[in-house]
Write a protein that binds this ligand. Structure first.
Ligand code: ADP
Length: 150
């Protein structure tokens, strides 16, 4: 069984994240979406709400699970017996960051990172912009996966 984790903050989970997971299912038998809680930054959405949104998005996809974690990402991967970390890449800016983390994770544990390029129609979508729009009272349905309501 090939199992990957898809780690992130997902504040909120967007259609960009959704697309990476759906495409990732072509490579993995199971993907566990891991909501990392070890950051000091305050989130707009509670972890319960983020889990609920992800459940809505994947209610017909039993190969996708969601969990939260409080540890180093690779320790979370080991604890769920996942050999891979799935990530999405939007910009050159993402690239340097992802490479450093991927190299560190592989050196520490042998866990490989698999990176998919974002579909171009979703490359402008980010959780940060979604939160900004919400703070000005705007509708963000366009940013959300199918079937997900705030
Ligand atoms: P983090 O705090 O780890 O960056 P995010 O929730 O922002 O967590 O993102 C999780 C993963 O999803 C990262 O690999 C990120 O590059 C990817 N991602 C974010 N937005 C998009 C998007 N619009 N399209 C594809 N991948 C994305």
């Amino acid at each position: 069984m090939k199992r990957a984790i898809f780690p992130g903050t997902f504040d909120p989970f967007t259609i960009g994240h959704y697309s990476i997971v759906i495409r990732g299912l072509a490579f993995f038998d199971e993907i566990i979406i891991g909501i990392g809680l070890n950051q000091t930054k305050k989130t707009l959405f509670s972890v319960e709400k983020r889990i609920e949104m992800i459940h809505q998005a994947f209610e017909n996809e039993p190969r996708v699970k969601v969990m939260s974690y409080n540890s180093l990402t690779v320790d979370f991967a080991l604890s769920v017996d996942a050999g891979y970390v799935l990530r999405g890449l939007r910009t050159v800016g993402d690239f340097e960051y992802e490479r450093t983390i991927a190299d560190t994770n592989r050196k520490l544990t042998g866990i490989e990172t698999v990176i998919l390029f974002t579909e171009s129609e979703y490359s402008y979508i980010s959780s940060t912009v979604a939160r900004d729009l919400i703070s000005y009272g705007k509708d963000i349905s366009l940013f959300l996966p199918p079937n997900v309501k705030l």
